[in-house]
Write a new protein. Structure first.
Length: 228
């Protein structure tokens, strides 16, 4: 729990830019918009809600991050222990999405028809269990990297994500024959109901990033420059 020694203060402004980018451009962020469309809001509403929620979350994130970049300290042992429980829960939720099942199915279609040897009561197939293990293994290997060296992985993610972020919507639009009424479709809810859905959606998104707002100093404590 001691302050970070000078030789491990390796993160400059570019590291923070790539960190913000990698944290915002995720499957979780993409799912926010799809959920809002299913409850009757429009695509424009979804974009604005995510933007407003991100701006609201940026204020405590920057203020908390300044503590780490100036004092080079993390949470106390007691607080860190409590939040690690939340981190493990979040990682479990991410692993449980089983997004890599779709990836493996796309590469090897035979994986989709793999025989299931698990009972139905488990709620998971053999293919799903294999995918979960592979995802867990990938996360475990990344955890072996020293914390002050992780900024290099953020650079890799920042380079790889933009083509995927742009390419996937283009592919979906081509497969669907155009965007249709996606951006012009009117909302299915109006008045106070729409306003409350706005607030509840914004609260959900802000809550999703609240962990980042309170533990950002675990990242910023490795900063070379307090102004980064």
């Amino acid at each position: 729990m001691a302050p970070v020694p000078p030789e491990k203060r390796t993160r400059g402004k570019s590291a923070f830019v790539t960190y913000w980018f990698s944290d915002l451009v995720t499957i979780l962020t993409w799912s926010f918009g799809s959920v809002m469309l299913t409850i009757g809001l429009t695509a424009t509403d979804a974009v604005l809600i995510v933007l407003v929620a991100a701006l609201c979350n940026a204020v405590p994130t920057v203020l908390t991050g300044a503590i780490g970049s100036n004092l080079y300290i993390s949470f106390s042992h007691r607080i860190a222990r409590e939040f690690r429980v939340l981190v493990q829960l979040f990682r479990g939720c991410q692993s449980g999405r089983l997004g890599d099942v779709l990836i493996i199915n796309s590469i090897w279609p035979n994986f989709r028809t793999m025989a299931n040897h698990l009972p139905e009561s488990v709620g998971l197939t053999t293919a799903g269990m294999i995918s979960y293990f592979l995802y867990w293994l990938a996360q475990f290997l990344f955890q072996l990297i020293s914390t002050h060296k992780l900024q290099y992985m953020l650079w890799v993610k920042t380079v790889l994500l933009p083509p995927v972020t742009v390419g996937m919507p283009i592919w979906v639009a081509v497969q669907a024959g155009g965007n249709g009424t996606f951006f012009t479709r009117p909302p299915a809810v109006h008045g106070s109901e729409r306003a409350w859905l706005w607030l509840s959606s914004m609260t959900s998104i802000t809550g999703g990033y609240s962990t980042l707002a309170v533990n950002i100093l675990n990242f910023s404590r490795f900063s070379r420059d307090p102004r980064a």
